[in-house]
Design a protein around this ligand. Structure first.
Ligand SMILES: *[C@@H]1O[C@H](CO)[C@@H](O)[C@H](O)[C@H]1NC(C)=O
Ligand SMILES: *[C@@H]1O[C@H](CO)[C@@H](O)[C@H](O)[C@H]1NC(C)=O
Length: 140
């Protein structure tokens, strides 16, 4: 058992060293065919696999740009519905370049730290596709 854990750590470290040698500054959004679990959209948030055991994976995600909106509500379901509609409008043309932007994965919802009887600010984010990472259209 102990020996196994040690060899997992060794594999992780050598993966990390290998990764640092090829470090890129490029945002990693791209063709979802690179990820077997990402099949619903053409582009997904990609990562570099540092190492993997039977129980876990260590991944490195580069920083990427998202389009986000806030909605204040008591309930996640209600906030998510309104926020989704707003972001959907942005990607279907409600932006200063009139661009139609493809849906990507994942969609994130940041949950507020609150008690159930309080309102909270929910933040929903869509990942911008690779071609919009550098110069995203402004919302309006
Ligand atoms: C993604 O990769 C697949 C298989 O390599 C290819 O058929 C498809 O055209 C690619 N899509 C994009 C958007 O590059
Ligand atoms: C959205 O909410 C977060 C957390 O409350 C806050 O930090 C951020 O400034 C808000 N963004 C906008 C555009 O209001």
């Amino acid at each position: 058992m102990h020996r196994n854990q040690n060899s997992d750590i060794m594999i992780c470290l050598s993966g990390l060293v290998g990764f640092l040698l090829v470090l890129t500054t490029e945002a990693r959004v791209g063709n979802s065919s690179e990820l077997k679990f990402c099949s619903e959209t053409e582009q997904c948030l990609l990562f570099d696999l540092i190492c993997k055991t039977e129980e876990y994976e260590v991944r490195h995600y580069d920083s990427v740009k998202w389009v986000s909106t806030n909605e204040t509500s008591f309930f996640m379901e209600f906030a998510a519905m309104k926020a989704f509609r707003r972001l959907y409008e942005y990607i279907t043309g409600a932006n200063d370049q009139g661009k139609k932007i493809e849906m990507t994965a994942p969609v994130l919802v940041k949950m507020p730290d609150k008690n159930f009887w309080q309102m909270g600010v929910y933040t929903m984010s869509f990942l911008l596709p690779a071609e919009y990472q550098i110069n995203p259209p402004k919302p309006y």
